[in-house]
Design a protein around this ligand. Structure first.
Ligand code: AP5
Ligand code: MG
Length: 190
């Protein structure tokens, strides 16, 4: 099985690029953000716990997302691998992922990192706010907190995956098709 970490700041294009990636490489797309938004929409206890954190632009507890991912690894069948979008987001989550995979003698295949500058994050999220109505896109101060949280808690994963020899950076600036071409150029080699 292949395990790809699709990494990048808010608005980098992870969700946008994921569809074509899962189709081309027969992967299951697991977005912890989307899974959490479904829990909120369904009004589950987990959703209630996550709602305020997400709407303030803070991370939900590591154990919550780790549990969601592990249960999907166990239940999803008939794919050639997983595309993890928005997970891991802390060093603790990355270590938990390594442990989950090591139980079956598996490991992360690559961390595919979409990089865009902070100014473009704001621009893309402001654009998406008009279209999708995500609660955490609506207020500029929440978007700023998401960017701060990314730099403080998630960016250290770059060195984590570099040290593991798994880090692959893609320039996320350009049209959706240009970025997709760069991703396929990289992933066709795995
Ligand atoms: P999550 O849903 O993961 O949000 P995020 O990481 O902030 O990322 P986004 O979904 O905002 O960005 P994206 O990279 O998918 O961009 P997109 O493709 O949509 O997480 C939400 C929250 O859930 C977190 O803040 C946290 O509270 C919680 N959470 C989730 N995972 C967690 C975890 N592991 N641990 C703890 N908490 C967790 O693109 C953005 C916009 O740009 C779109 O409008 C798109 O059309 C446009 N666009 C994309 N590419 C291009 C391009 N090349 N050119 C022009 N426009 C483009
Ligand atoms: Mg997304």
């Amino acid at each position: 099985m292949k395990y790809y970490v699709l990494f990048g700041p808010p608005g980098a294009g992870k969700g946008t690029q994921a569809g074509a990636m899962v189709e081309r490489y027969k992967l299951c797309h697991l977005s912890t953000g989307e899974l959490l938004r479904s829990e909120i929409a369904a009004g589950t206890p987990l959703g209630l716990q996550a709602k305020a954190l997400i709407e303030a632009g803070n991370l939900v507890p590591d154990e919550v997302v780790e549990g969601m991912i592990e249960s999907k690894f166990k239940s999803v069948k008939g794919v050639e691998g997983f595309l993890l979008d928005g997970f891991p987001r802390t060093i603790a989550q990355a270590e938990a992922l390594e442990k989950m995979l090591a139980k079956n003698d598996e490991a992360v295949t690559a961390c595919v990192s979409l990089m865009i500058p902070d100014a473009l994050i704001q621009e893309r999220i402001a654009h998406r706010a008009q279209i999708e109505g995500r609660a955490d896109d609506a207020k500029p101060e929440v978007v700023e907190n998401r960017i701060r949280t990314y730099h403080a808690k998630t960016e250290p994963l770059i060195n984590f995956y570099k040290a593991a020899g798994q880090y692959q950076e893609i320039d996320g600036v350009g049209t959706i098709e240009e970025v997709q071409g760069r991703i396929f150029g990289l992933m066709d080699k795995f």
